[in-house]
Design a protein around this ligand. Sequence first.
Ligand SMILES: Cc1cc2nc3c(=O)[nH]c(=O)nc-3n(C[C@H](O)[C@H](O)[C@H](O)COP(=O)(O)OP(=O)(O)OC[C@H]3O[C@@H](n4cnc5c(N)ncnc54)[C@H](O)[C@@H]3O)c2cc1C
Length: 222
Amino acid sequence: MPSPPAHFALKKETLTRHEEISPGVFVIGFQRKQGFLSGQAIKLGIDGEQPPRIYSICSGVDDNELCVLFNVKPDGFLTPKLAALKPGDPVYASAPYGTFLGTDQPAWWIATGTGIAPFHGMLRSGMGKNKVLVHGARHLNEFCFADEFTAALGASYHRCCSAENAPAVFSGRVTGFPAQQDALPQDQRYYICGQAGMAVETRDLLIGKGIPFENIVTEIYF
Ligand SMILES: Cc1cc2nc3c(=O)[nH]c(=O)nc-3n(C[C@H](O)[C@H](O)[C@H](O)COP(=O)(O)OP(=O)(O)OC[C@H]3O[C@@H](n4cnc5c(N)ncnc54)[C@H](O)[C@@H]3O)c2cc1C
């Protein structure tokens, strides 16, 4: 069997951050020792042997810490273990990798749940100008980093809440917001990040609205 690429090798790191930012949702991180491209991910594990999982980097490229955002899957293998860690504990991380890369060009960012992570990293990397962010969540307390996005993007930040209503929040799923727009810019990129069902549904909607396939960039969390 061929060896995995060298950048997948896991190195021991020491947690410098372990914060529960909303119930069951955590930001954890360690000191950044190398550069990365905004939008990339790392493999993360609790030791060098058991299977790691992949997490988008939610830090900016100049931040001192390299952080990820995750929610606990109670029946999952890794996330309950990550949630039980504390600062000073070891984690095992790969080098950053991936091709879901942000740019300074005008674009739409579309995310649900922890799929907001790479866009937070892009925002912190200075890419928020000329961006429209459509952010979906079931409940109002699940909009991670909403304060930062509101401050930076203002009226270009659209929250879509499927299970609760609030002023200035679109009532419905994340696909509902682009669906009700009369016209979407055809010459911009549309970045989609989240679970497979949401990503496919959003991609199909955009194609139905005339967005060229090559302008749609997806990162699917499986
Ligand atoms: C490119 C990429 C980037 C990602 N970035 C992020 C991120 O930034 N944040 C984030 O939170 N997640 C991210 N993910 C998802 C992440 O890698 C993990 O899949 C997630 O955290 C769950 O890990 P876990 O080990 O706790 O759960 P897992 O053990 O992988 O299980 C996940 C779910 O599947 C169920 N399950 C497990 N095995 C089976 C089975 N045999 N049959 C049926 N159901 C089963 C479990 O009950 C659980 O609910 C990303 C994934 C990819 C591919």
